[in-house]
Design a protein around this ligand. Structure first.
Ligand code: NAP
Length: 314
């Protein structure tokens, strides 16, 4: 028996889609992944989600989202999707354990921030290491922070952080920025922003203290290493959408994001919808993801209603 709708992903987009489709009596099945809750579960305090005037911990916020959708009948499978077959409805969704079928599919698998891959970065994530200045910049009032990267994201993060931090140092592995000219001009003109060129981060200190105290940098040209004091590090070296499992089934853009039709959640496959960071390379906020999850649920409900009407026709 095919499900009405399967939702892949359990961040703000997936769980909002679950809430709305559950309240539309579609009995959604959410495949929440082995690490439910999405990127918010890797942050600590969330202060920019409306409705929580004193802030809330990221994992707690996602637990509330989950329970709220469950109250209206959303069901959850804690597993990862390995592949999908969207060539014809009902669509096939394969997990490590079983093969499922659905009339409609909402893809809300999010994106992941690229990381440097250091053990110290992993241990200090949420404790001075962050991938989102909009989320965490506020905690660095009058502090010294480093931003890693040379693209638009890095400079946008750096400029945003100058509202709070005392000193912002952009560390870039080359001597030329990738960012757009206008962002370069703004960042270079900002007296709070300094640049360290041709340098990579070799280590972040100090996991033993459970907080960021500084960085070990290596100049890629001279091979010299140096220490830099810092209270926080923002890694801004790009994002990758989680679309590898879609492998040619639905239209993606050059960077791997799902392409939606106009101002809707409809993808290149009728009956397949996308929501959240997996189709949004620009805003990437919990609240925008939640909003797009709502949109996908409404588009999905309309689609299912339309195919049911068609099926009843002689
Ligand atoms: P991006 O353009 O791919 O830039 C990533 C930056 O990180 C590059 O400077 C790259 O260095 C560096 N980098 C990558 N891997 C690294 C590593 N392992 N170690 C050290 N440095 C590393 O990504 P993005 O800045 O996130 O931007 C993505 C897209 O969104 C772009 O098209 C951008 O224009 C757009 N965007 C626009 C705005 C805006 O207009 N306000 C804001 C944000 C993003 P190299 O330069 O050496 O490759």
């Amino acid at each position: 028996m095919a499900e009405n709708v399967i939702i892949i992903g359990s961040g703000p987009a997936g769980l909002t889609a679950a809430l709305y489709t559950a309240r539309a009596n579609l009995h959604p099945l959410v495949i929440e992944g082995y690490q439910p809750g999405g990127q918010l579960t890797t942050t600590t305090e969330v202060e920019n989600y409306p409705g929580f005037e004193n802030g809330i911990q990221g994992p707690e916020l996602m637990a509330i989202f989950r329970r709220q959708a469950e109250r209206f009948g959303a069901r959850y499978l804690t597993t990862d999707v390995t592949s999908v077959d969207l060539s014809h409805p009902p669509f096939t969704v394969t997990t490590a354990e079983e093969t499922l079928h659905c009339q409609a599919l909402i893809i809300a698998t999010g994106a992941r921030a690229r990381l440097l891959g250091l053990e110290s970065e992993r241990r200090l994530m949420g404790h001075g290491v962050s991938t989102c200045a909009t989320c965490d910049g506020f905690f660095f009032r009058d502090k010294r922070v480093a931003v890693v990267g040379g693209g638009d994201s890095a400079l946008e993060e750096a400029l945003f952080l100058t509202r709070y931090a005392d000193r912002v140092t952009v560390i870039h592995r080359r001597d030329a920025l990738r960012a757009s000219k206008i962002m370069q001009e703004r960042a270079l003109a900002n007296p709070k922003i300094k640049f360290v060129w041709d340098s990579v981060v070799e280590d972040i200190r100090d996991p033993e203290q459970g907080k960021v105290t500084g960085l070990v940098l290596r100049n890629v040209k001279t091979k010299e290493t140096s220490r830099m004091d810092a209270d926080g590090v923002f890694v801004a070296i790009g994002h990758d959408p989680n679309t590898a499992f879609l492998a040619g089934q639905v239209e993606l853009d050059a960077k791997g994001y799902i392409v939606c039709r106009g101002d809707t959640s409809r993808t290149s496959v009728e009956g397949v919808f996308a929501a959240g960071d997996v189709m949004d390379p620009v805003y990437k906020q919990a609240i925008t993801a939640a909003g797009s999850g709502c949109r996908a649920a409404i588009d999905c409900d309309h689609y299912l209603a339309s195919i049911r009407t068609t099926e009843r026709l002689p």
